[in-house]
Design a protein around this ligand. Structure first.
Ligand code: Y12
Ligand code: CO
Length: 175
């Protein structure tokens, strides 16, 4: 089932997500619904809080060299923790919860992440490039942090102005 994506400035996006203790049917259904929601919205990453569940759950599906997303490259992370980080990189990020806005954000270049899969098995992954950036973006969601919270004061002001204007235009075109 496709779920509704929570959009900025909804206060739920500021919530801290809770550790998953039970790796049961309910968790599997949430993961399946999140996948359907992410793919049908053209996303490459999604955290559970973006569909209204304050749980330490996220999905990543990075496109291949032909810009295609396949289920084989889907990564489901439960209770992820970054254990190592190095370097700095900048990427123009976007977020399904902040539609139509993209901005440069600084992130660690390479990271190691420990997490659990849908059955509770412990996993570890070393990531760089787009996967590293996407993981950091999604782990921020679990702390109630959006990529726009990382902008400078002046860029954030510019965003608030542009975003308000876009929301107004959206409302007008619907009525
Ligand atoms: C690099 C930086 C950030 C991430 C986090 C995951 N972000 C997304 O998956 C963003 C998806 C997105 C999709 C949009 O929709 C279309 O392109 C049709 C979009 O545009 C609108 O909302 C109009 C914005 C963001 C991963 C890697
Ligand atoms: Co996001």
């Amino acid at each position: 089932m496709k779920l509704t994506i929570v959009e900025y400035p909804d206060k739920r996006l500021k919530e801290k997500s809770k550790t998953i203790e039970r790796f049961d049917k309910e968790l599997h259904q949430l993961l399946d619904d999140m996948y359907e929601t992410m793919i049908s919205s053209n996303g490459i990453g999604l955290a559970a809080i973006q569909v209204g569940h304050a749980k330490r759950v996220l999905l990543l599906n990075i496109p291949d060299e032909n810009d295609e997303q396949s289920i084989e490259s889907l990564i489901e992370m439960i209770n992820p923790v970054i254990t190592q980080k190095s370097g700095v990189t900048t990427y123009q990020e976007g977020c399904l919860s902040v539609p139509s806005f993209y901005e440069d954000v600084d992130r660690h270049e390479s990271i190691t992440v420990n997490y659990q899969d849908r059955d509770g098995n412990t996993k570890s992954i070393e990531a760089d490039g787009l996967l590293s950036i996407a993981i950091q973006h999604e782990i921020d969601h679990l702390q109630g942090i959006l990529f726009i919270d990382k902008l400078s004061y002046s860029r954030r002001k510019k965003f608030e102005k542009e975003y308000k204007r876009m929301q107004k235009e959206k409302k007008c075109s619907k009525s």
